[in-house]
Ligand binder design. Structure first.
Ligand code: FES
Ligand code: FES
Length: 186
């Protein structure tokens, strides 16, 4: 058994300790918001927070993650209310969306360290690859999320079509329903 905390809940993975954290999260914990892109550390689609630091989960084994606190996109906020999520919607910084969870995680980690990052700091902190090329809009979105984080702007972007934020909070997978990163930071 390899024990860690995932989205504020204790989890024991009965898997080989050399299993990449990405596989454990997606295949065992059913937290499929974390995406598999390249599997070799290039794309950032698999980014999760490990003790608050954005790391590529394809490069971290569950043995290395033992005892640590993991936050996936499902645990970042239960109702899509995290400032980065809201700003990404408001600035239309999403196209196909495959890279989006990883980018949101990278941006959330950045804003926890620095709520007023320069464009250069944003470029440095977001190594994620986006095949759709949303990079210019990302700068605007992350800058705007910083303003929300600093309480200079209130943003209530419309949720994505499909189900409401409240409905999303009710249907989030079990491991994603603990206290959120944003709630913890408040
Ligand atoms: S899947 Fe991990 S960096 Fe691409
Ligand atoms: S929005 Fe399509 S890969 Fe980034």
């Amino acid at each position: 058994m390899t024990a860690m905390t995932v989205n504020e809940r204790p989890v024991d993975f009965a898997m080989d300790p050399d299993t990449p954290l990405l596989w454990a999260l997606r295949d065992a914990a059913n937290l499929t918001g974390t995406k598999y892109g390249c599997g070799v550390g290039d794309c950032g689609a698999c980014m999760v927070l490990v003790d608050g630091e954005a790391l590529r989960s394809c490069l971290v084994t569950i043995g290395e993650a033992e005892g640590r606190s993991i936050t996936t996109i499902e645990g970042l906020s239960r109702d899509r209310s995290h400032p980065v999520q809201q700003a990404m919607v408001a600035e239309q910084a999403i196209q196909c969306g495959f890279c989006t969870p990883g980018i949101v995680i990278s941006a959330a980690a950045l804003l926890r360290r620095d709520s007023n990052p320069s464009d250069a700091a944003i470029r440095e902190a977001i190594p994620n690859l986006c095949r759709c090329g949303v990079y210019p809009r990302l700068l605007a979105a992350i800058g705007r999320a910083g303003r929300v984080r600093r309480r200079e702007e209130v943003l209530n972007a419309l949720p994505a079509p499909g189900i409401s934020g409240e409905e999303a909070a009710r249907t989030v997978p079990a491991l994603g329903s603990g206290a959120t990163e944003e709630e913890t930071a408040r």
